[in-house]
Write a protein that binds this ligand. Structure first.
Ligand SMILES: [Zn+2]
Ligand SMILES: [Zn+2]
Length: 208
């Protein structure tokens, strides 16, 4: 089945580990963003993605947009929404893509799909049936017009900061080198890493 998939989607599947509807949502959004913003895979940090969920979709953004957790140009605000904002730093344009409506299967295997869906919903689906259901849904999601699946809205955004590069300092308690911006200052002026501060009951202190 995989050989029928577009080359760029195969790369997403290879990275993510399986083909699933969530990955397709991210794939569709990433492709649309590339087209609208005229950007390519982000070599540095000119493209930024803000994902309002932490689902499989995020992996397609990482592969196709180069917005990755490690570079700091992938921001996850987990509101549990199938919505994504992609922006281009060089022109400060941004688009927010949010999923429309409930999912409806429009593919050719109506009876099979609804049978599988019922089995999945009732918790009786075998591993094989689950995989088949995900495949049918994924292929259907690939073939739908983008505008049927997502709302697109141009939004103005302030630029999020670059990945912070702060010097590391040793935690007063455990001695481990810790990024200074992630440390907590205690009442007596010492600086602790977060786990040590939590042990000391310093959660209420201001994070500097
Ligand atoms: Zn997945
Ligand atoms: Zn510590």
């Amino acid at each position: 089945m995989n050989q029928e998939l577009p080359e760029d989607l195969k790369r997403c599947v290879a990275f993510h580990g399986h083909l699933c509807p969530g990955l397709i949502y991210g794939y569709r959004v990433a492709k649309e963003a590339v087209q609208r913003l005229g950007v390519d895979r982000s070599q540095d940090e000119e493209v930024v993605a803000i994902s309002e969920n932490d689902t499989c979709a995020v992996d397609a953004l990482q592969v196709l947009l180069g917005t990755t957790a490690g570079k700091g140009n992938l921001i996850i605000k987990n509101y549990g929404k199938n919505a994504f904002t992609v922006l281009n730093r060089s022109d400060t344009r941004a688009f927010r893509f949010s999923r429309k409506d409930y999912y409806r299967y429009d593919g050719e295997n109506q009876d099979e799909f609804h049978g599988l869906e019922a089995a999945v919903a009732s918790g009786t689906a075998t591993q094989e049936q689950q995989t088949r259901q995900r495949l049918l849904k994924s292929l259907d999601l690939i073939s739908k017009p983008f505008d049927e699946v997502f709302h697109t809205k141009e939004v103005k955004l302030p630029e999020p900061p670059y990945a912070p590069l702060a010097p590391s300092v040793a935690c007063t308690k455990c001695g481990e080198m810790t990024m200074s911006t992630r440390m907590i200052e205690t009442e007596n002026g010492t600086r602790l890493c977060i786990p040590c501060a939590e042990e000391e009951g310093e959660e209420g202190s201001t994070r500097t």
